[in-house]
Design a protein around this ligand. Structure first.
Ligand SMILES: [Zn+2]
Length: 507
């Protein structure tokens, strides 16, 4: 499986001369540049690269010697966005799920139980005093230490299964309406999947709404101190009754300002701000974890579900989240909806263009997620999978591959296998050779529709029988940076999404 632009020993000489990889690539940047000006010519071309001049051969020989190709030999199947009994509606223990995953032949289990599902509504002006709090089961309630120690136990009990800790997190929610009419909890389902953090304190200090260990001290609560000042003045001017009354009012308002340690944004704002989400992304990055937007397009919570008498829960789809925030590692390619993010020219491609223009520090990757709680029709622990290329069979290597986008996602009926996904330089005329090879695990031929998207534009769309190999020249001449990605859908409802490859011209 080749999933990056790089020099390969068995590839044609000339490959990668003039390429520069994205900042997440572990490969050193090759030297040279490609000329521009060639017309676009793509579909159906299956040209062999031109033999390079001897000088280039010599340069490339030196290049091979200078930058030996790292051995990335282990292919692993991973599954994530899986809930156990630690979550509000999870029905199985972590151990039962691990056993099921291992029996399905999956290599990597990334559980993502709900970090916190506690909602609080308070009446103005004493929201911290006159309030109703609803607490659902969550990792925070059961104990982060217990959750992580169960993961350690799984590693001991199932040594052939790699277990990477993860958590699903809701950074923010807000209230609409009022208790005496319709009260709606909005946007609580805007979730992140946080992967790869191993230390309990990394979770305990997550800056999310309702987490007493996260956030900061809210100094706005000190305003009732004025009542105490007035009470002291009243005492000295012999107005002892006033003094007592003002002190009581001060205490009431002080208690009404709870919680004192929290994120700065109130849960009574008219619109959902993006700041709480960006804060969590930044926090996870500083701790060395990975953060992916979960189910940005699912419609499940759009209509509003009644969760108590007159209290509704509603989260409209939020695909724009990946444009509005920066530095997360990607998003879930969720089978319940992919209408705006992963379509050609959609939000994913727009962020890749921003990355190409240097407006983003990192590119987004698409991961396969499940939102599994128990086996049900059309959903099991292996319904969507991440197939990744890792340096070795360790949780750290899995996290590294996910960070670098060295994976593709599939929804298997019979799983598709990506055996080649390459960009290489063809000759000195500015061409790029695009190579894609896909088949099915059982080797039987099946019909599939393929789409290859270059910088938001479809450059190849056709129906073929798999296994199939596409190998063609792309003579695109515009732009100093291009992204390429591919997707396939087969006749049995299976799909495959590759992550983007980048070509960047040297200045
Ligand atoms: Zn969720």
């Amino acid at each position: 499986m080749k999933m990056c632009c790089r020099v390969s020993r068995n590839s044609t000489v000339g490959a990668c001369l003039g390429f520069a990889l994205g900042p997440r690539s572990p490969f050193r940047e090759p030297q040279g540049s490609l000329p521009y000006g060639a017309p676009l010519s793509l579909r159906g071309l299956r040209a062999n690269p031109q033999p390079p001049p001897c000088g280039i051969l010599l340069l490339l020989a030196l290049f091979f010697l200078s930058f030996p190709e790292p051995s990335l030999a282990v292919i692993l199947r991973a599954v994530t966005h899986i809930h156990s009994k630690f979550s509000p509606t999870g029905e199985q223990s972590l151990e039962a799920i691990a056993e099921r995953i291992r029996d399905k032949g999956i290599d990597v289990f990334i559980p993502t139980d709900t970090f916190l599902a506690t909602w609080e509504y308070g009446l103005w002006p004493l929201r911290g005093l006159v309030r109703k709090k609803v607490v659902h089961p969550s990792v925070s309630v059961s104990g982060v230490d217990r959750y992580l120690s169960e993961i350690v136990d799984l590693r001991r009990k199932y040594p052939d299964l790699l277990v990477v800790p993860g958590m699903e997190v809701a950074p923010y929610y807000r209230w609409e309406g009022a208790p005496w009419k319709k009260l709606t909890l909005v946007d609580w389902h805007r979730h992140f999947l946080i992967l790869g953090l191993e230390r309990p304190e990394d979770y305990k200090q997550l800056p999310v709404m309702g987490n007493p260990g996260g956030g900061s001290w809210n100094f706005g609560i000190l305003w009732p101190a004025w009542f105490f000042v007035c009470a002291i003045v009243s005492y000295f001017i012999k107005r002892k009754r006033w003094c007592f009354g003002l002190a009581v009012i001060g205490i009431i308002f002080f208690l009404g300002g709870r919680p004192y340690h929290r994120i700065p944004e109130s849960s009574y704002l008219p619109e959902t701000p993006w700041k709480p989400y960006q804060r969590v992304i930044d926090y996870v990055n500083t701790r060395g974890g990975l953060v992916f937007w979960a189910h940005p397009e699912t419609q499940n919570w759009n209509r509003g579900q009644e969760v108590a008498d007159g209290v509704f829960l509603r989260t409209p789809p939020y695909p724009e989240a990946i444009l509005e925030t920066a530095d997360s590692h990607g998003f879930g390619v969720f089978f319940e909806g992919m209408n705006k993010v992963a379509v050609p020219g959609g939000y994913w491609d727009q962020t890749l263009e921003e990355y190409c223009r240097g407006e983003r520090r990192s590119a987004y990757w698409g991961i396969a997620e499940l939102d599994y709680r128990k086996p049900m029709r059309g959903l099991d622990v292996d319904t969507t999978q991440i197939v990744l290329e890792a340096e070795d069979r360790t949780p750290a290597a899995v996290v590294k591959s996910l960070r670098e986008g060295r994976f593709y996602t599939i929804r298997p009926a019979v799983p598709m296998l990506l055996s080649k996904w390459n960009l290489t330089a063809g000759d000195s005329s500015g061409t790029l050779l695009v190579e894609l090879e896909v088949g099915h695990q059982d080797g039987r031929p099946r019909r599939a529709r393929v789409e290859i998207v270059r910088s938001g534009q479809v450059i190849l769309r056709e129906s073929v029988h798999l296994p199939h190999r596409w190998f063609f020249k792309d003579l695109q001449s515009e732009g100093r940076c291009r992204s390429y990605r591919a997707s396939l859908q087969d006749q049995d409802g299976g799909w495959l999404y590759t992550n983007p490859l980048f070509w960047m011209a040297r200045r």
